[in-house]
Design a protein around this ligand. Structure first.
Ligand SMILES: [Fe+2]
Length: 409
C-alpha cells in the first residue's frame, strides 16, 4: 500500500464512523466543491484541494503528498503530538538504519492547524443524540467553534512541517477520524459493560491496555466529579469533536437528562459548572483515549502489512486477533549446522503480549530454545515480519543461547 493510500484509508475509516448522517458529510464535500468551482484560476491554486474528498479540516497531508502517492508504506512513526523534535528523531532513526516511511501526528499541525476547529460541528450530532434540541446544539457548538477558530489564528502552524520538508520526510496527521473510532469504541463498550456506578465505568475503562499503561505512568482513568458509588445514569461519551465544548453546554445536557460524561479531559473551569448542573465527570485519559483511536486505525493498516512505530505519548496495542501460527523458516547459524526455527506467534489479550519462539535444530546437534519475548507496544506483526527474516531468526536463536535454554527435547 502506498503512503497516501494508507492516509486516505484512515480518513475514510473515520468517515464511516461519523456521528452525523452520511448526507450531512456529503453536503460538506459538495459545499467545498461549489466553493472551489466558483473560484477564479489564480485563487484555485491556493485552495486546499483535500477539502474535496476529506471532510475533516483537522486532518491533512502536510508534507510530501505527491511523493507519498508513489512510495510504499511499510513502517511509519506515529505520535500524538509531532514537533520538530520528533521529526528529527525519525531522521535520526533513519540514520541508524531503521526504516521510517513517514511521520504521522494525531493532533493537528501544518495545513490542518489553523482550520482544525471546523470539525467541532461534529459535536452537534453528539448532543442531539443525547436529546439536546438540534437548534440549541447547533447554537452552542457554533459559538464555541468560532471562539476557538479566532484563537488559532496566531499559531506558528508550520514548525514541524518545515522540519519534515527540509529532511524530506512525508508528514501527515489524522485527528477526527481516529477520535471517531474511539468514540464508537467507547459507546459500544459502555453498552456492553452496562455500568451502574461511576466506579463501574472506571473498572470498565481499566480493562483496556492503553488505560493500564497510562495507570503505570500515574495517569489512570479517574472520577473527576462524583463519588464511586454514585449511579451513572444517562452517559454521554465525548471523545471526538476536535476539542472541549463550552461550559454553557452542561445545562443543556442536564436538561436532556445526561447524568455522566466520559471525556478524555476537561478544562478546569468546567468543574464548577458541571457540579452546578449535577453532572458527574469521568476522565478516560487523554493519551490513553487518543491511543485507542489511533490504534484502531493502525489495526486496519496492520492487516495491510504496515507497521507503526509509536512515539510521543502514543501506546501501540493491536486488537487484531492472531491465531497461534506455526511457521518454519530455515537458517544456518554461523559456523553451526543447519537448523529450523519454528515460530509460534500468539497475541494475548491484555497488557502483556508475547511471541513464543522455538528454535529447533536437527541432525546431530539438536537444540531447542524456548524464548518468550515480551514485546513493547504491541508490535506483534513487526515481530512476525522480523521472524520470517533469516537474520532476525538468527538473532532470536542467539538470544535463546544467551539464556542458556537448550536441549529440552
Ligand atoms: Fe487529543
Amino acid at each position: 500500500m502506498k503512503i497516501y493510500d494508507a492516509y486516505r484509508m484512515g480518513i475514510e475509516a473515520g468517515m464511516a464512523r461519523d456521528l452525523r448522517p452520511g448526507s450531512e458529510v456529503e453536503r460538506i464535500l459538495d459545499d467545498a466543491r461549489a466553493v472551489y468551482d466558483s473560484l477564479p484560476e489564480d485563487l484555485k491554486e491556493l485552495y486546499d484541494e483535500e477539502r474535496l474528498w476529506n471532510p475533516y479540516a483537522d486532518s491533512r497531508f502536510s508534507v510530501g503528498a505527491e511523493k507519498a502517492k508513489e512510495l510504499d508504506a511499510e513502517r511509519m512513526m506515529w505520535g500524538i503530538d509531532i514537533t520538530s523534535a520528533e521529526v528529527l528523531l525519525a531522521d535520526r532513526l533513519r540514520e541508524k538504519g531503521q526504516r521510517i516511511d513517514a511521520v504521522i501526528a494525531h493532533h493537528p499541525l501544518g495545513t490542518s492547524k489553523t482550520c482544525f476547529p471546523e470539525v467541532m460541528m461534529q459535536m452537534t450530532a453528539m448532543f442531539s443524540s443525547m436529546g439536546v434540541p438540534e437548534e440549541k446544539a447547533y447554537e452552542l457548538v457554533k459559538e464555541r467553534m468560532e471562539k476557538v477558530l479566532r484563537g488559532m489564528q496566531g499559531y506558528n502552524y508550520n514548525q514541524a512541517a518545515d522540519a519534515a520538508r527540509m529532511l524530506d520526510i512525508p508528514l501527515f496527521n489524522i485527528h477526527a477520524p481516529a477520535d471517531n473510532m474511539v468514540e464508537e469504541f467507547m459507546v459500544r463498550k459502555m453498552k456492553e459493560d452496562d455500568p451502574s456506578t461511576l466506579q463501574d465505568i472506571i473498572d470498565s475503562l481499566m480493562k483496556e491496555p492503553e488505560a493500564r499503561v497510562a495507570a503505570r505512568c500515574n495517569s489512570p482513568p479517574i472520577i473527576l466529579l462524583g463519588r464511586p458509588e454514585d449511579e451513572c445514569g444517562k452517559i454521554m461519551v465525548k471523545m471526538n469533536g476536535g476539542t472541549s465544548f463550552s461550559k454553557e453546554t452542561y445545562e443543556a445536557l442536564a436538561d436532556a437528562g445526561v447524568k455522566t460524561i466520559i471525556a478524555m479531559h476537561y478544562p478546569d473551569d468546567h468543574y464548577e459548572t458541571a457540579q452546578k448542573a449535577g453532572i458527574n465527570l469521568i476522565i478516560s485519559g487523554h493519551m490513553a483515549s487518543d491511543s485507542i483511536g489511533v490504534n484502531l486505525i493502525c489495526d486496519l493498516w496492520e492487516k495491510e502489512g504496515i507497521e507503526v512505530i509509536p512515539c510521543s505519548g502514543f501506546t501501540r496495542f493491536s486488537r487484531n486477533r492472531y491465531d497461534v501460527e506455526d511457521r518454519r523458516c530455515e537458517h544456518r547459524r554461523p559456523g553451526g549446522p543447519r537448523a529450523y526455527v519454528r515460530v509460534h506467534v500468539q497475541q494475548l489479550q491484555g497488557l502483556h503480549e508475547a511471541v513464543r519462539c522455538r528454535a529447533i535444530g536437527h541432525r546431530d546437534d539438536v537444540r531447542r530454545w524456548n524464548t518468550e519475548l515480551r514485546l513493547q507496544d504491541g508490535r506483534v506483526p513487526g515481530v512476525r515480519q522480523e521472524l520470517s527474516d533469516r537474520s532476525a531468526a538468527v538473532r532470536t536463536c542467539r538470544r535463546g543461547h544467551r539464556r542458556g535454554r537448550k536441549d529440552s527435547d
